[in-house]
Design a protein around this ligand. Structure first.
Ligand code: TPP
Ligand code: MG
Length: 313
C-alpha cells in the first residue's frame, strides 16, 4: 500500500490536498456548490481510487472495471478532481477516444457553468468516467444495486470455470441524505437478499446536512437497519489522512467478504476547519478569502490553479 516510504506518504498527502484545493477553488469561482464534502471526503476517495478501484484511465469503458458511484452527487467536485488527477481519457458518444482528458483544468474552471462537462451533479455520458447520473439523494445507491446485479448476471453468463472475464465490484459513496431517502433502503434490502458481496457502500456519517445537525430530523441506528437487511457493517471513526490504515483495513475486509454486501460507516471531518466543519455553512457555503485560507494553510503546497483567488503560501 501507499504508506511504504516517506516520499510516497508525501505524494499521497499532496494528492489529497490537491483534490481539496481544486474543489475549494472551483466552488469559489462558480460561486455555487458544496466545497465541504469533497474536502472532507478527499482522503476516503483518494485511498479507494489509489489502492482499490480497478480501472484503466486509457480505457474508461473496460467492461471489467470496478464501478464508482458518487451518490452524494452534490460533492461532484470530488469526482471531477479524481478524473482529472487520474488522467482518465475522454471518449466521444460512440466510445472512441478523443485524445483529450475526460476532465481538464479548463473544464474544472467551468464548474457549474451552462454546457460545461462539469455540472453541479455528475451526469452519465456527459462526462467520461461518470458511471451514472446522481442528482436526487438515494438515486446513486439504487443504481449501484442494479450495477451489482448486472455484474452477477455477466459473471453467470460469461465466466467459465476458473476463467473469469467478469469479477468487478461496485463502490458507492453516500451520505446522511442518501440514508434518509426510502429508495436506498428498498435497494439495500434487495442487495442483502441477493447476497451481493460485490457491493460496498461507504457512508459519510458526518451528522450534518444542508439544514443543520442530523439530530434535527434523523435518529436512525443505520448499522442496525443494515444488519436487518443482511449486510456486513464496519466503521472507521475518523476518515482523515492519519487514519488511512483504519480505512484501508475496512475496505480490505469488505473486499474479502463473499456472502453479503458491506456498509462501511466513516466519520469525515474537514481538515483545517475542525471547529466549523460540522456546520451547514462550512459544508455548503462559499467562503471569504480569509476563511478559505485557513484550511488551505494546513495543506501541502501543491500545484495552484489559475482559478485560485486565495492569498496563501
Ligand atoms: C432527494 C433530494 N432531496 C434534496 C436534495 C438537495 N440536497 C443536496 S445536498 C443535501 C444535503 C445532503 O446531506 P448529506 O447527505 O448529509 O451530505 P453532506 O451535507 O454531509 O455533504 C440536500 C438536501 C437532493 N439532492 N436530493
Ligand atoms: Mg451529512
Amino acid at each position: 500500500m501507499s504508506q511504504a516510504t516517506p516520499q510516497a506518504e508525501d505524494l499521497d498527502r499532496l494528492t489529497i490536498d490537491t483534490i481539496r484545493t481544486l474543489s475549494m477553488d472551483a466552488v469559489q469561482k462558480a460561486n455555487s456548490g458544496h466545497p465541504g464534502t469533497p474536502m472532507a471526503l478527499a482522503p476516503v476517495a483518494f485511498h479507494l481510487w489509489q489502492n482499490h478501484l480497478r480501472y484503466d484511465p486509457d480505457t474508461p469503458l473496460w467492461p471489467n472495471r470496478d464501478r464508482f458511484v458518487l451518490s452524494v452527487g452534490h460533492a461532484s467536485m470530488l469526482l471531477y478532481s479524481l478524473l482529472h488527477l487520474a488522467g482518465v481519457k475522454e471518449l466521444d458518444e460512440d466510445g472512441k477516444p478523443t485524445g483529450k482528458p475526460a476532465v481538464s483544468l479548463d473544464d474544472i474552471e467551468h464548474f457549474r457553468q451552462i454546457n460545461s462537462k462539469t455540472p453541479g451533479h455528475p451526469e452519465f455520458r456527459l462526462t467520461t468516467g461518470v458511471e451514472t447520473t446522481t442528482g436526487p439523494l438515494g438515486q446513486g445507491l439504487g443504481n449501484s444495486v442494479g450495477m451489482a446485479m448486472a455484474a452477477r448476471w455477466k459473471e453467470a453468463h460469461f465466466n467459465k470455470g476458473n476463467d473469469k472475464i467478469f469479477d468487478y465490484r461496485v463502490y458507492a459513496l453516500c451520505g446522511d441524505g442518501d440514508m434518509m431517502e426510502g429508495v436506498s433502503h428498498e435497494a439495500a434490502s434487495l442487495a442483502g437478499y441477493l447476497r451481493l458481496s460485490n457491493l460496498i457502500w461507504i457512508y459519510d456519517s458526518n451528522r450534518i446536512t444542508i439544514e443543520g445537525h442530523t439530530d434535527l430530523a434523523y435518529s436512525d441506528d443505520v448499522e442496525a437497519r443494515f444488519h436487518g437487511y443482511n449486510w456486513h457493517t464496519l466503521h472507521v471513526d475518523d476518515a482523515n489522512d492519519a487514519n488511512a490504515k483504519a480505512l484501508e483495513d475496512a475496505i480490505n475486509e469488505a473486499k474479502s467478504h463473499t456472502d453479503k454486501p458491506t456498509l462501511i460507516v466513516v466519520k469525515s471531518i474537514m481538515p483545517g476547519a475542525r471547529r466549523t466543519s460540522r456546520t451547514p455553512r462550512a459544508r455548503t457555503g462559499r467562503r471569504s478569502a480569509r476563511t478559505r485560507s485557513r484550511p488551505r494553510r494546513s495543506f501541502t503546497a501543491g500545484p495552484r490553479t489559475s482559478i485560485s483567488t486565495c492569498p496563501t503560501a
